[in-house]
Write a protein that binds this ligand. Structure first.
Ligand code: IVH
Length: 710
């Protein structure tokens, strides 16, 4: 008796907690409970309800699909309810077998029932169709396997081929009208291609690509660093997409790059009234493609459980490299006749299942906050975590980017945090569970001296980053500088990797770059894990690396803002190292690709006596490269400027415009970035124009472009 009372109380507590979280998540777009914890509590409630069906009340979150309606957006009643999919709890590949077996078992039970009912006048059950009979005779079930996109479901209604309404899923019965917002999404056709039925509702997932999400957050970080109080970074692509689509102002939605995948249908004109017939889900996907919707290229037909398992594994292997987040895969019975026979349990079809992958967000605790020093002296706060399995790997570190970010998220030692690892992106702390904070936990502050070398730390005006001023005196910077110097695209010293550099710097064998070339066989062979043969190989590689090119040498010095391209331009322009070292900022500005910030950085670098000393010593140990006379190209009016062309210009063809610009010294690029000087826009300019406006890049027309030409 006592236990039953406890279970009932616990179920009520779970319902209240989960319902509040769902409201915050779905209705207010302000998630408070991390997904991982929500799932855990949800499963606990499901288990309780399974054990005691009497506890399954109508207000249980297990009995509904979503949240309530906000005041701002108009409710839309779905003509065909938007279902959810049952999640297979077994995350091992066996989950596919469990699902396949369940499908077969259900068909067998249906057959038994039809046989029984055949003798009863009151029922007259439909006999099973040929697909079901084939399965019962031992044929594999035909499925379609798809990724489970991590975004939000949307219903798009087309009448006579024209988009008339778009609605969110809401609670599955009633969603919200987001037509105006959806119209801003370019991947969604406003009019269907080809022959469209009188009425068709297309269902699919709205999401944000990872690169779009990263770029958006990068812009936000820049705005924050510049003091913009309205700027804030976003938590993850899914929440960003959900927030964007439910904006009251469509202009705001338009600024968020959203994408879409179609994967199903809602109401469709029936065949008896001239609508299409689809015998299989695969045919539906082909029709969606033909109407102009993006359909995932990963979706594929699968025969029986073995091919579902293969799909699960193939997609898992690709998951990190995909341009968008997925949280699992979905298996769907292909035949629509079989789907009908399988039917539904409450709000979930028996013919589909979601098979999840390990979560990309997890809870863990912060053991410490370290500050790491990079090659250019940039200080990065890094949270040291209690190891946690996220997105398929064990994560022990998560970047906090910079002081502003660390403070904004307010991460403190001892905190319980949500860690996210998606794709190849470095693991990040997404948020802190404030209610779990230990009393007395101190706010994070950036050290005022370098944690590695003790030199002063500075933060320049208008920059988000703190830097150590120690230069090559700082062992952390020295290690990074050595690794950069020896890297393949710089001096290319084979075999000089991270472990070795750590030993060389920590053992004080190498204090400066030239020291590399002063190491002898004896000191090298004395190092850990350094057999005589590897020591000799390294000496040979070092010897070989002394012959290089001026461009590689300049790049290898690790001057701030001097990448490979700039190094090449400098080498070509000046021909000789001494000419580069003695150039003043004005002379440096003559080099294509070099702007005021870069010129200043190069000039300052070579003004420092210790840097000149390093260069002299490298020459003294025998580093050499061919030098040439300066090929000072006559500077052209548009040298150093980058243009992007978009749309149709009134008189010039695209190639003509490109030739004219290049002849005047400009570069013509294919995509718009912060570095673009001008976007030349003609008729029907597309997303490049939007991007230019977003980044504040000047937009000119053909006449404006001609005015810049000589
Ligand atoms: S089919 C009856 N296919 O998962 C099946 N859903 O829990 C209806 N989702 O609301 C949905 N990828 O937001 C389907 N390839 C996919 C999906 C997918 C993601 C989401 C969708 C849906 C939820 C169901």
């Amino acid at each position: 008796m006592k236990n039953e009372a406890n279970d009932a109380a616990r179920a009520a507590q779970l319902r209240a907690r989960l319902n509040r979280a769902a409201h915050q998540y779905y209705t207010l777009d302000a998630p408070e409970l991390p997904d991982a914890e929500y799932d855990q509590l949800f499963q606990e409630l499901q288990a309780l309800e399974a054990a005691h069906p009497a506890l399954r009340t109508p207000d249980s979150p297990t009995q509904r699909v979503g949240g309530a309606i906000l005041d701002g957006l108009q409710p839309v009643r779905h003509r065909v309810p938007m279902l959810s999919i049952r999640t297979e709890t077994d995350t091992s590949p066996k989950g596919a077998e469990v699902f396949d077996q369940r499908v077969r078992d259900y068909l067998a039970s249906e057959q038994r029932r039809t046989l029984l009912k055949a003798h009863d006048e009151r029922y007259r059950a439909e006999p099973l169709g040929p697909e079901a009979l084939a399965v019962l005779a031992g044929q594999p079930v035909s499925y379609v396997a798809e990724p489970k996109f991590d975004g939000l479901a949307i219903n798009l209604r087309y009448e006579d081929g024209v988009l008339v309404q778009a609605a969110t899923r809401g609670d599955g019965e009633t969603g919200e009208d987001v037509t105006q917002n959806i119209r801003t999404i370019r991947q969604i056709p406003l009019k269907l291609d080809g022959a469209a039925p009188p009425v068709v509702e297309v269902r699919g997932e709205l999401y944000m690509r990872r690169d779009d999400f990263e770029a958006l957050n990068e812009r936000m970080r820049e705005r924050m660093a510049a003091g913009d109080k309205a700027a804030k970074t976003f938590v993850n692509p899914r929440n960003t997409a959900a927030g964007a689509v439910r904006q009251l102002d469509p202009a705001l939605t338009a600024q968020r790059p959203l994408s879409f995948f179609a994967y199903g249908l809602g109401e469709v004109t029936p065949p008896s009234e001239g609508g299409p017939t689809f015998g299989s889900h695969w045919q539906v996907l082909q029709a969606l493609k033909a109407w102009g919707f993006p359909v995932s290229a990963l979706a594929r037909p699968a025969q029986g459980a073995p091919e579902l398992i293969a799909f699960h594994a193939d997609v898992a292997a690709e998951r990190d490299a995909l341009p968008f987040d997925i949280d699992g895969v979905v298996y769907k019975v292909d035949s629509t006749a079989l789907q009908r026979e399988l039917g539904f349990v409450t709000r979930e079809p028996r013919w589909a299942v979601a098979h999840k992958y390990p979560a990309q967000e997890q809870l863990t605790t912060v053991q410490d906050i370290d500050v790491q020093v990079g090659r250019t002296g940039k200080l990065t706060p890094v949270a040291k975590l209690t190891p946690v399995f996220v997105g398929g790997v064990t994560v022990t570190n998560a970047t906090l980017h910079n002081e502003l970010e660390a403070r904004r998220k307010d991460v403190r030692v001892g905190d319980t945090v949500v860690v996210r690892r998606a794709g190849d992106v470095i693991p990040e702390v997404v948020s802190v569970l404030a209610d779990k904070r230990q009393p007395g936990a101190a706010e994070f502050t950036m050290p005022t001296t370098c944690p590695v070398c003790g030199s002063a730390v500075v933060r320049e005006e208008g920059e988000a980053d703190h830097r150590c001023t120690g230069g090559l005196f700082c062992p952390a910077q020295r290690k990074q500088a050595l690794l950069h110097f020896a890297s393949r695209r710089a001096i290319d010293v084979e075999g000089l990797g991270e472990k070795l550099v750590d030993q060389l710097v920590e053992g004080n064998v190498v204090k400066t770059l030239p020291d590399l070339y002063r190491m002898g066989f004896v000191s090298l062979a004395a190092l850990d894990r350094m057999a005589g043969k590897s020591a000799q190989n390294l000496l040979d590689a070092l010897q070989k690396s002394k012959q290089t090119t001026l461009a590689r040498f300049l790049f290898a010095l690790g001057i701030r803002h001097v990448g490979e391209t700039t190094a090449k331009e400098l080498a070509r322009h000046f021909g000789k190292l001494d000419a580069v070292m003695d150039a003043n900022a004005d002379q440096l500005l003559q080099v294509p690709d070099v702007g005021p910030v870069v010129a200043e950085s190069i000039h300052t670098f070579f003004q420092q006596p210790h840097n000149r000393e390093v260069v002299e010593q490298l020459r003294a140990v025998g580093m050499a490269w061919p030098e040439s006379e300066p090929t000072r190209a006559a500077t052209l009016p548009l040298t150093g400027k980058t243009f992007v062309l978009t749309g149709t210009l009134p008189t010039l063809g695209r190639d003509e415009a490109k030739d004219l610009l290049e002849a005047a010294g400009a570069k013509v690029a294919g995509s718009v970035s912060k570095k673009t000087s001008y976007v030349v826009a003609g008729e029907e300019a597309g997303s490049k124009l939007d991007k230019a406006r977003e980044l504040g890049v000047p937009v000119i027309d053909e006449a404006g472009m001609r005015a810049l030409l000589p």
